[in-house]
Design a binder for this molecule. Sequence first.
Ligand code: ZN
Length: 159
Amino acid sequence: MAVMKICRLGEDVLRKKAHPVKLFDRRMVGLLKDMAETMYAADGCGLAAPQVGILRRIVVIDVGDGLVELINPEITERSATMSIDVEGCLSVPGRRGTVERPDWVKVRAMDRKGREFEFVAEGFFARAVCHELDHLDGVVYVDKMIEDVTEEMKKKGEV
Ligand code: ZN
């Protein structure tokens, strides 16, 4: 396993649409492992493959309940109700901003063996799913940011 270099806002790869995974081979599993290691090393709670320069629809998330690997994920349903909360991004270090996201989302994805599964994510987990899935379409949270709260968070020592 290896820690990968995380691309920063301004790099082209973060603005491109990622391609679906078709080959569930050892290389893909290796990438999943490297992405998880990179996310944990950077103290993040989510990482999408374009953030490490790879245009594949792969996401890893850990909001404190264990590692979730999502391949070719899609949101199939979302709550009508939305919440505004603070987000950060490993590709936008040292900054925080508020974004409006659905309270829950229903997700269909594949596991590392190519088996399809479905789940409902709520609260912060739903927020992380939406944030990471946006990366697969070249969208970064700052595009949707309501308010930049970097200074506010710095005063609280949270950035
Ligand atoms: Zn991000």
